[in-house]
Design a protein around this ligand. Structure first.
Ligand SMILES: *[C@@H]1O[C@H](CO)[C@@H](O)[C@H](O)[C@H]1NC(C)=O
Ligand SMILES: *[C@@H]1O[C@H](CO)[C@@H](O)[C@H](O)[C@H]1NC(C)=O
Ligand SMILES: *[C@@H]1O[C@H](CO)[C@@H](O)[C@H](O)[C@H]1NC(C)=O
Ligand SMILES: *[C@@H]1O[C@H](CO)[C@@H](O)[C@H](O)[C@H]1NC(C)=O
Ligand SMILES: *[C@@H]1O[C@H](CO)[C@@H](O)[C@H](O)[C@H]1NC(C)=O
Ligand SMILES: *[C@@H]1O[C@H](CO)[C@@H](O)[C@H](O)[C@H]1NC(C)=O
Ligand SMILES: *[C@@H]1O[C@H](CO)[C@@H](O)[C@H](O)[C@H]1NC(C)=O
Ligand SMILES: *[C@@H]1O[C@H](CO)[C@@H](O)[C@H](O)[C@H]1NC(C)=O
Ligand SMILES: *[C@@H]1O[C@H](CO)[C@@H](O)[C@H](O)[C@H]1NC(C)=O
Ligand SMILES: *[C@@H]1O[C@H](CO)[C@@H](O)[C@H](O)[C@H]1NC(C)=O
Length: 871
């Protein structure tokens, strides 16, 4: 989401907006030939899967008794800054439905206190550890529940990380759909185990920050991608999140094939609700909704924060009272509104929020104890808004485990690491110590000063504390001298036995904040280290012979200007550690543990190694077009296809010890057929009276004391009556081409949450024994990549990650057998003609490669020989 976080900037924005003609906004450049956004109507009813039927039954009992104004009230926020949370729905107290509190973000609760600032998704991805992915999700769920938040606005699995410079890749788990899928699904399972509704976002193909939103001059950027790329890359993690029962999906700002995601019927009605069988509700990203009736018909269920897109805060909405009007005048079918309300309440029941769910006890708008209850109202009653409830529990432990096990050793010449306890250290770089202005000095972490624990934007949280690397050295009583500067100091007195530790970083974030000329995306910085980090490394390396570079980064950085210098002996990518940057790094530096992180993206030699379609899309008049001409070939899929050697491949990560992979076996489980078995028919969904209700259901109650600019679902009597008259007039709503009110049976590829359940049948089990062959303890990751059989008619990437497992800590000589699996879907291709997942060669020999990186395999198991060979 995005939030305009200061009133002065808001007023500026408003005065600017109001003085400008809105004429240009409609200028949409045509999408490139061949990309179309087909209509798909109506929006499928929710409730047809057995795992949600009890929640739908409960929800339908309420909905059948709700008035029009109650139903429309719960489908929208009450306005930006109109409550304690970043999103606050209207209530329906008569039937026992409170306002729902929606709050950022994926790495912890935004804008509050006594919370944990967990490491963000990219670090979680680097652990390649499913148990940590789940444990962090559970801890997040405990914290969100503890603050009284109904809906957690995470995890983020889109952007996928197609474009290294894109601002928000670090919120997700890495540049591969399967890594994102495990990260997202396990986070959802953890969060929802605590009764909190998780929100998987941003659907879909939100692959750069700039030009993402519609404004007065320009429509939102359009991501143009083909159907196969959609299914095999960008939609994949969403499918897994839906399969895990996610309660909510957030729609992205951008368009797909020229149609804004928030009103793209093919995306929401077909792909999400019919094919993936999503049973929860779809919300807009903040101010991403740009129309009323079309967005409702296209499958949007909740408008956030409720205001209209162009001029928030004036009490105007596309829904709320307008949705009441649209239902009364017959444009939005009662049936659609009933489904919207039912989906929202079903999610609430599904997560058990009808039983003893706490109310919000914090306020995202202020850190003070007291404040206005409706800061957006200008005249607002005041009261206690922050109760400072401590929700941290023992979550620092899981935060530390993630930060430590994500640390990725990229280079370690002559076993320079680990350091001996008594090493004489010279420490360089401002990234080693906390921001001297304060750890939370910049709103939404919108600056890069001091230790970088997270990127900036709505996906940030306030630090309760920040354990910096210098804190870590201090706590260990290490023998170090710190030069808190990014330019090489003349007074460091290099001595022959010294080890130099250099801290450099690279930041990015969300588009509403620009840091050092980077408007979210890394435009100005490129993929280089910030604050002249490259020069610092070169200068230190010229004077010291034992140099260790430690990087805190949102994504790939270029290292060519120093990585091969003879004195640069070791490089650690500590990703973004959140609040736990210090002790976790010490544990790796001094060898308490071996590093066990692996790169969740490829690090190139230069940006020229990427396809041209990864360049950021720059300014132009009209709708910017971002065409995914590279198709399936992102990250290592691209490098492998083009046979380009990057600096470090996806999955790379060294250890202080060594591992062997042996004793592998493959066994078939579910026999394959070229197409999955036919899906079951949809189960029943709630039945309602679909007659347009009387206009009186939308009348303002007598003597209601309104809050100025607050969004309500009621209409003046005249307005309501006129709307009801319009329903009978001959003027009909101009429905889009392909519009229908006839529910469809659903596509062959669907059938349950996540798609046809047969797609997730295990086709093969693979077991492999990992032995620690070195002389230190450590954890190994087995990465499983699939290679399609030769001679098939589909062009497929050479190898694709399909599963991974991490060992426990193995002592020298110890061994552990890991079990991995490939599913039917893992071995399938999305066939755009058949509109189904197809096994291209049922008896073909798939290569199941096991190794420690996408370019380093120890074993190949063949599905036709059912045997595994070394090499
Ligand atoms: C985008 O256009 C491509 C090419 O026509 C089509 O295959 C795909 O289904 C479209 N996707 C969406 C979401 O409209
Ligand atoms: C809801 O139920 C109550 C009690 O049964 C009834 O009086 C009321 O009319 C119902 N309201 C609606 C909108 O169906
Ligand atoms: C809508 O929600 C607001 C905020 O909770 C509440 O004041 C109002 O009464 C609700 N409207 C209806 C129709 O329940
Ligand atoms: C009904 O109301 C909506 C919202 O104001 C409007 O967009 C639509 O055109 C109206 N339909 C008719 C038939 O007047
Ligand atoms: C590694 O150690 C060996 C043996 O001590 C030495 O010859 C070699 O130069 C070292 N390599 C580097 C890059 O320091
Ligand atoms: C550190 O201690 C070890 C023995 O414990 C010794 O061999 C080594 O020389 C010492 N190094 C430094 C830099 O003092
Ligand atoms: C070989 O793998 C099997 C499981 O496939 C496991 O039970 C067995 O212990 C392993 N043998 C060794 C020597 O690790
Ligand atoms: C359906 O709703 C309409 C409008 O509220 C009402 O007049 C009618 O009696 C309802 N029908 C049934 C079967 O409840
Ligand atoms: C609309 O027409 C229906 C049937 O034709 C009638 O029952 C209803 O009262 C009319 N509504 C209004 C507001 O005129
Ligand atoms: C551990 O193994 C490394 C690499 O094989 C070797 O250089 C080192 O001397 C060994 N250390 C011990 C304590 O055996």
């Amino acid at each position: 989401m995005s939030t305009i976080h200061s009133f002065s900037s808001l007023i500026l924005l408003l005065s600017f907006s109001l003085s400008t003609s809105a004429a240009v906004v409609d200028r949409r450049d045509p999408v490139p030939a061949g990309y179309v956004a087909p209509p798909y109507y109506p929006s499928p009813h929710g409730g047809w899967t057995v795992d949600w039927s009890e929640s739908y039954r409960k929800a339908s009992l309420l909905v059948s008794n709700m008035t029009l104004a109650e139903k429309t009230n719960i489908t929208s926020g009450s306005g930006i800054f109109m409550g304690r949370c970043v999103g606050n729905t209207g209530s329906a107290l008569r039937v026992g439905i409170p306002q729902l509190c929606l709050q950022d973000g994926p790495l912890g609760i935004r804008n509050t206190d006594h919370n944990t600032a967990f490491p963000p998704g990219i670090t979680v991805g680097a652990t390649f550890d499913k148990s940590l992915m789940l444990a962090r999700g559970v801890a997040l769920g405990e914290e969100f529940r503890g603050k009284g938040i109904n809906v957690h606005l995470g995890p983020s699995v889109g952007p996928l990380g197609r474009r290294a410079r894109a601002g928000r890749n670090w919120e997700g788990f890495g540049a591969d759909p399967v890594l994102q899928a495990f990260g997202g699904a396990l986070t959802i399972e953890g969060v929802q185990s605590q009764g909190v509704i998780a929100t998987i976002k941003h659907l879909v193909a939100n692959e750069q920050e700039q030009y993402r939103m519609t404004n007065l001059f320009q429509p939102e950027i359009s991501s143009n991608l083909d159907d196969r790329t959609m299914h095999e890359l960008y939609l994949w993690p969403f499918a897994e999140g839906v399969r895990s029962g996610v309660g909510s999906v957030m729609i992205a700002y951008n368009a797909v094939n020229g149609s804004a995601c928030s009103q793209n019927s093919y995306l929401m009605n077909n792909l999400l609700k019919d094919e993936l069988g999503f049973q929860g509700f779809v919300m807009s990203d903040w101010l991403a909704q740009i129309t009323g009736v079309p967005s409702a018909l296209a499958g949007l269920d909740m408008s956030m924060p409720g205001d209209i897109n162009q001029v928030p805060l004036f009490g105007n909405s596309y829904w709320m009272y307008e949705l009441s009007r649209s239902v009364l005048n017959g444009s939005v079918p009662v049936d659609r509104l009933n489904d919207m309300a039912t989906r929202i309440l079903a999610a609430w029941f599904q997560l058990g929020q009808d039983q003893n769910y706490p109310a919000p006890n914090f306020d995202t708008n202020t850190q003070d104890a007291n404040g206005p209850l409706y800061p957006g109202a200008l005249f607002s009653p005041s009261g206690v808004v922050n109760e400072f409830v401590d929700v941290q529990g023992n979550h620092a432990e899981v935060a530390r485990a993630v930060a430590r096990d994500g640390i990725t050793l990229l280079k370690n010449t002559n076993a320079t690491l680990p350091l001996s306890k008594n090493a004489t250290l010279k420490v360089f770089g401002t990234d080693a110590e906390k921001n001297p202005d304060g750890i939370n000095a910049c709103a939404d972490q919108g600056c890069n000063k001091g230790t970088l624990g997270m990127g900036w934007g709505s996906g940030s949280a306030r630090y309760p504390y920040l354990d910096s690397p210098i804190d870590g050295l201090k706590a260990r009583g290490a023998n170090y001298k710190f030069f808190n500067t990014d330019s090489f100091p003349s007074n460091s007195n290099p001595a022959p036995g010294d080890v130099a530790l250099i801290f450099i970083n690279a930041d990015s974030g969300e588009n509403y904040i620009t840091v050092d000329g980077n408007p979210g995306d890394r435009t100005n910085a490129g993929l280089n280290a910030w604050h002249s980090g490259d020069k610092l490394v070169q200068n230190v390396a010229a004077k010291y012979s034992n140099v260790i570079v430690i990087i805190h980064t949102v994504g790939p950085i270029l290292m060519e200007s120093w990585i091969d210098l003879p004195s640069v002996k070791a490089v650690l990518n500590a990703h973004l550690p959140g609040q736990e940057a210090g002790e976790t790094l010490m544990q790796v530096l001094f060898g308490d543990v071996s590093p066990s992180g692996h790169l969740p993206y490829t690090i190139p030699v230069s940006e020229d190694q990427y396809p041209g379609s990864f360049d950021l899309i720059g300014f132009k008049l009209g709708q910017p077009q971002d065409t995914f001409t590279e198709g399936l070939y992102i990250d290592y899929r691209h490098f492998n296809k083009q046979n380009i050697k990057p600096r470090f491949a996806f999955g790379h990560g060294l250890s202080y010890t060594t591992f062997s992979f042996s004793n592998a076996s493959i066994s078939s489980v579910t026999p394959l057929t070229s197409l999955p078995p036919a899906r079951a028919a949809k189960g029943p969904t709630p039945q309602y009276n679909t007659t347009i209700p009387p206009a009186s259901e939308a009348y303002w109650p007598a003597n209601f004391n309104r809050i100025w600019r607050y969004l309500y679902s009621w209409l003046d009597k005249n307005d309501a009556d006129n709307a009801a008259k319009a329903a009978n007039s001959s003027t009909k709503y101009p429905y889009p081409a392909g519009y229908s009110t006839e529910q469809k049976p659903g596509p062959a590829a669907g059938g349950a949450q996540g798609g046809n359940p047969a797609l997730f049948d295990v086709a093969y089990n693979i077991a492999v024994t990992v032995t620690n062959t070195g002389n230190m303890s450590g954890k190994a990751v087995a990465q499983l990549y699939v290679q399609f059989p030769t001679g098939i008619t589909y062009d497929t990437p050479i190898v694709q990650l399909r599963d991974f497992e991490k060992t426990d800590t193995l002592a020298p000589g110890a061994a552990q057998t890991l079990n991995l699996r490939v599913t039917r879907k893992d071995l399938s291709v999305w066939d755009v003609v058949q509109q189904n997942w197809v096994i291209p060669a049922v008896n073909g020999d798939y290569g199941i490669w096991i190794g420690e990186a996408s370019d380093s395999f120890s074993l190949r198991c063949g599905t036709s020989t059912k045997s595994c060979v070394v090499g």
